[in-house]
Design a protein around this ligand. Structure first.
Ligand code: 5GP
Length: 207
């Protein structure tokens, strides 16, 4: 019986790489995952619901969350703040759930520092051309925002080596299975199964 203690799974990827879709699919298929809902100061996009995609808050509310130590990480991204509420993550880990944080690289690195056993995944598009096509195709952002995101993607591409795994999002279904397998494998790391290993050692000595 391998470890069923919850793990923090950080998922990053360029805007438009499809990480949101992968995560929705993953959490819909398996109930061992809990998807963290971040707080942000940006405005909701059409169709986004407060408390579902994000908690949409004012700058003042965001600063209050930071002051109260209510966020486990936070970062600025294209003129706005984003952060992960602490309570949800801690509660779900206690319940034994794997908690998925869909966050950008600055936040990912803060998480790695605090939670050494977090697993960091970076979702890549099959090509840069495909990324631009997906960003433009979404049709919800102005060309200025798209340009900012491409600039940011170039910056984020520099930090990918800090992640534990890359996942190429060519086919959604295959990608979801691959992410699930990576997380499954992480549960089998010896460092997460010391109780089990020690039990077997003890039993061997008693044979
Ligand atoms: P978007 O505005 O497109 O929803 O998100 C912009 C970026 O912010 C994405 O890369 C997303 O992963 C990241 N992001 C969303 N929530 C958080 C958060 O709580 N913390 C950090 N550091 N980044 C976040």
């Amino acid at each position: 019986m391998t470890s069923n203690k919850g793990i923090i799974i950080v998922v990053s990827g360029f805007s438009g790489a499809g990480k949101g879709t992968i995560m929705k699919e993953l959490t819909g298929r398996y109930d061992r995952y809990a998807l963290s809902v971040s707080a942000t100061t940006r405005d909701p996009r059409p169709g986004e619901v407060n408390g579902r995609e994000y908690f949409f808050v004012s700058n003042e509310e965001f600063e209050k969350l930071i002051a109260e130590d209510g966020l486990i990480e936070h970062a600025g991204y294209v003129d706005h703040y984003y952060g992960t509420p602490r309570k949800f993550v801690e509660d779900k880990l206690k319940e034994g759930k794997d908690v998925i944080l869909e966050i950008e690289i600055q936040g990912a690195l803060q998480i790695k520092k605090q939670y050494g056993d977090a697993v960091l995944l970076f979702v890549m598009p099959p090509s840069a051309k495909e990324l631009k096509k997906r960003l433009t195709g979404r049709g919800t952002e102005s060309s200025q925002v798209i340009d900012e995101r491409l600039k940011r993607a170039r910056e984020e591409a520099v930090g990918i080596e800090n992640y534990d795994y890359i996942v190429i999002n060519d086919d959604l279904d295959e990608c979801v299975i691959r992410v699930h397998e990576i997380i499954d494998a992480a549960h089998n790391a010896p460092s997460r199964n010391l109780d089990f290993i020690n039990t077997i050692r003890k039993e061997l000595n008693e044979l």
